[in-house]
Ligand binder design. Structure first.
Ligand code: FAD
Length: 576
């Protein structure tokens, strides 16, 4: 087949015409520029013949660019040097029965010939260019073989550029390789993957915001990235509507659609909280929190009323899971670290309050680690309101089930729900609003739809347990999902998803963390770390997981700077 294809191409009359035209131009240009070459050869006739032959090879080999006179002259002049080595230094002496001469004297003798080749090359480039331009004007563009009508590639559209979406795209690129019968598009509201495990460090001013975000475009090779908000999905027409930032919309038609739209904060119907509290999910949320904290310090520093000062410097965080605990630890370190810059404030003015509905924080870890985290945070000045619910809030007050806290800052990390767009699709969602998928991540009854990550209700194919909404799982799900789309394209059976959690790590502030890591091959057995060792583990593991070498280096530099210098209190955006 391959040989037949090749001979077809060679015998294609349009291709023959194209190269005949180039060869004719090369022959004319070669003979017209032969003078300097012929002059430096021992035999003038051989010099002219050589000039014509080299001219043909040059014109056939190089695709002409219209009016690129300087480029053509320089390229062809530069090619004169290797041509001189091949013919003048090696080939002609060998034909004459001599050994090629590499000595200084030999090179000096051949130097005029080198000048001849370079001048010839320059002239050849210019004349060939002029003839190509003339042919273009008089005969039109070079004849090209009629393009083969290739079938339209299957379009796989990934919605969401978080851990699940970006990793799915990367894995699709890998499993499909050079197969051009498929095309990939990723649609995301942001143009970068946010590394959420380090988000608290941005809010706590340890890391520069952009250092924990990896651009989608540089991480993906053949996936088209569209920045925009998915506003509608028409399952009948297989069409996705995207709202662009300039108010325009764009439609994408898909053969396969992958939902990786993540989750949003769920305020459990608390309207005032939704309106007044800070979210803690996006990079902008972390930047806003950091700037707001600095704002509160600036205002408190000029406040003479002690009650008001305390109100301004009380920061309430709702939710004692990973996100809330890490944020409380980071804000506590930040607030106490920057006190030195505010001479009118004292440590007693600052209060970080963590509100949690259960009797111990970090329910994802074993109780002993949760209690350890609580004790070490309390020692550093964090207050806990446990077995307590957040009922409401006002601009200057947080209303809890067991009393009120006067505060100007409330951050909500107490609940999340799958992206609300999913409920509008008309496919089955669970009671949280997550897309129900089978163990292969395919939407039942819709072989062209897939879902994973925080927006999917997925059960482990081996254990039947629900897969938790973590980055750790999203990354593994993406790998299996890409393989399943590939299998579906090839008519092969789909693989069920299975993954055993590797464990969990949580930083609680001031070089302290707790970690519970699963021991490989020892089912359900884990090893626990706490304190500095766990903190070092956290930093090592997450630095390794942060995508991109450049980002790793930037984060490492930020961490080193943090060891020697105080936290930065520059407000990066003016929120007013
Ligand atoms: C503060 C914090 C700390 C965390 N720490 C850890 C940790 O240490 N370890 C761990 O395993 N997990 C951690 N997680 C959880 C982890 O971040 C999530 O489980 C993970 O991000 C889920 O990946 P995803 O791709 O499903 O969703 P996301 O990463 O949230 O991605 C969703 C994507 O969809 C995009 N999107 C949403 N709506 C639209 C729309 N309408 N149109 C276009 N694009 C849209 C978003 O911009 C985003 O790019 C943490 C989460 C938070 C908030």
């Amino acid at each position: 087949m391959g040989n037949l294809g090749a001979s077809n191409v060679i015998l294609n009359p349009r291709i023959l015409m194209k190269y005949f035209r180039r060869a004719a131009i090369g022959a004319i240009a070669g003979s017209a520029s032969a003078f300097p070459l012929a002059l430096t050869q021992t035999n003038v006739a051989i010099g002219i013949l050589l000039a014509i032959l080299v001219g043909i090879v040059y014109a056939v080999a190089f695709r002409p660019t219209p009016r690129a006179y300087a480029d053509s002259a320089m390229t062809a002049a530069a090619l004169g040097v290797p041509a001189w080595v091949i013919f003048g230094v090696i080939l002609f002496p060998l034909i004459a029965g001599e050994t090629p001469e590499w000595s200084n004297q030999g090179m000096r003798d051949l130097f005029p010939e080198l000048i001849g080749w370079v001048l010839y090359g320059g002239a050849l480039g210019l004349i060939a260019q002029a003839l190509n331009d003339l042919a273009l004007a008089k005969l039109g563009p070079e004849p090209e073989p009629a393009k083969l009508a290739l079938p339209e590639p299957k379009h796989i559209v990934i919605l969401g550029g978080g851990f699940a979406g970006m990793t799915t795209a990367q894995n699709l690129e890998q499993v499909f390789g050079a197969d051009r019968s498929v095309a990939f598009t990723l649609v995301s509201e942001t143009n970068a993957l946010l590394f959420t495990p380090m988000l608290a460090e941005v809010a706590g001013s340890s890391l520069e915001p952009s250092h924990i975000s990896t651009p989608l475009r540089t991480s993906l090779r053949r996936t088209k990235v569209v920045r925009g908000r998915v506003s509608e999905v028409d399952l009948e027409a297989r069409r996705i509507r995207i709202a662009l930032e300039d108010g325009a919309t764009r439609d994408l038609v898909y053969d396969h659609a992958v939902f990786a739209l993540g989750a949003v904060s769920n305020y459990l119907g608390l309207k005032n909280v939704q309106e007044l509290a800070f979210d803690f999910k996006s990079l902008l949320d972390a930047i806003r929190i950091r700037n707001h904290v600095i704002d509160m310090f600036e205002r408190a520093d000029r406040e003479t009323d002690a009650e008001m000062r305390r109100e301004l410097l009380t920061f309430v965080i709702a939710g004692g899971g990973f996100a809330g605990v890490e944020l409380a630890g980071a804000l506590n370190d930040f607030s106490r670290g920057i006190l030195a810059d505010y001479p009118n404030l004292s440590p007693a003015d600052v209060q970080i309050v963590l509100v949690h509905a259960r009797d111990h924080i970090l329910p994802e870890l074993s109780e002993s680690l949760g209690r350890y985290a609580q004790e070490s945070m309390a020692l550093r000045g964090v207050s806990f309101r446990l077995n307590c619910r957040l009922n409401d809030c006002r601009p200057d007050c947080v209303i809890l089930s067991d009393g009120e806290v006067r505060a100007r800052t409330l951050v909500w990390t107490a609940g999340t729900a799958p992206n609300p767009l999913l409920k509008t699709l008309g496919i089955e969602v669970d009671k949280r609003g997550a897309v129900v998928v089978d163990t292969s991540m395919s939407v039942p009854g819709h072989p062209e739809l897939w879902a994973l990550g925080d927006c999917a209700a997925l059960k482990d194919g081996k254990t039947g347990n629900p897969c938790p909404p973590t980055a750790q799982f999203a990354l593994r799900e993406a790998r299996t999902l890409a393989q399943n789309i590939h299998a579906a394209q090839q008519g092969r059976a789909l693989q069920p998803f299975h993954f055993n959690s590797l464990g969990a790590l949580c930083v609680v502030g001031h070089h302290t963390a707790c970690a519970e890591l699963t021991i490989p091959f020892a089912r359900r057995k884990s090893v626990r770390f706490r304190g500095l060792l766990a903190w070092l583990l956290w930093r090592g593991i997450y630095l390794g997981k942060l995508p991109g070498l450049e980002r790793k280096v930037r984060v490492l530099i930020d961490w080193v700077i943090e060891l020697f210098f105080p936290r930065d209190i520059v407000q990066t955006i003016d929120l007013r």
